[in-house]
Write a protein that binds this ligand. Structure first.
Ligand code: HEC
Length: 119
C-alpha cells in the first residue's frame, strides 16, 4: 500500500513539474523554431507567412494550415504533403534533411506564435 501511494505521489509530482516547465520550454521552442523557419521555410513561405510562390498556402489565414493539429502538421512537414489539385507539394522536411523531429516541433511552435490568427 505504501509503495502504491508513493508511486502515485511521484507520478503526480512529475506532472506538476512538467506543467510548471511548460511555459519556458515553449518560449525556447519558439526561439529555436525561428532559426529553422528563417533557414529553410522562409524561401517558400515568406517572412510574412503568406507564401512567396504560387501554390504555397497562407499561414496567417484562420482557416489555413495552422487550424490543423500539431500531430497533423508534424506529419505533413516531416513526410511532405500535397493537397488535392495543388500546384506544388510541400517537400519532406522542407527539403532540408538535416532537420530533426525536434526542429519541426520547434518550428510549429514558432509558426503558431508568429502567424496563427484565431479568426
Ligand atoms: C520548396 C518550397 C517549400 C519549402 C522550402 C517549405 N514549404 Fe511548406 N509548403 C510548400 C507548399 C507548396 C505547400 C502546400 C502543399 C499543398 O497543399 O499541396 C506547403 C505546405 C506547408 C504546410 C501546410 C501543410 C498542411 O497540412 O496543410 C505547412 C505547415 C508547411 N508547409 C510548413 C513548412 C515548414 C515548417 C517548412 C520549413 C521546415 C516548409 N514548409 C518549407 C512549400 C514549401
Amino acid at each position: 500500500m505504501r509503495n502504491i501511494l508513493s508511486s502515485i505521489i511521484k507520478v503526480g509530482l512529475a506532472f506538476a513539474i512538467a506543467s510548471l516547465a511548460n511555459a519556458p520550454v515553449n518560449a525556447n521552442e519558439v526561439k529555436l523554431g525561428a532559426k529553422v523557419y528563417g533557414g529553410t521555410c522562409v524561401a517558400c513561405h515568406g517572412e510574412n507567412g503568406k507564401g512567396e510562390i504560387p501554390g504555397v498556402p497562407d499561414l496567417t489565414s484562420a482557416k489555413g494550415p495552422l487550424a490543423k493539429t500539431d500531430a497533423v502538421l508534424l506529419d505533413h512537414i516531416v513526410n511532405g504533403y500535397e493537397s488535392p489539385g495543388s500546384d506544388m507539394a510541400m517537400p519532406e522536411l522542407g527539403g532540408n534533411e538535416d532537420l530533426t523531429e525536434q526542429d519541426i516541433k520547434n518550428v510549429i511552435a514558432y509558426m503558431r506564435a508568429k502567424y496563427q490568427r484565431k479568426k
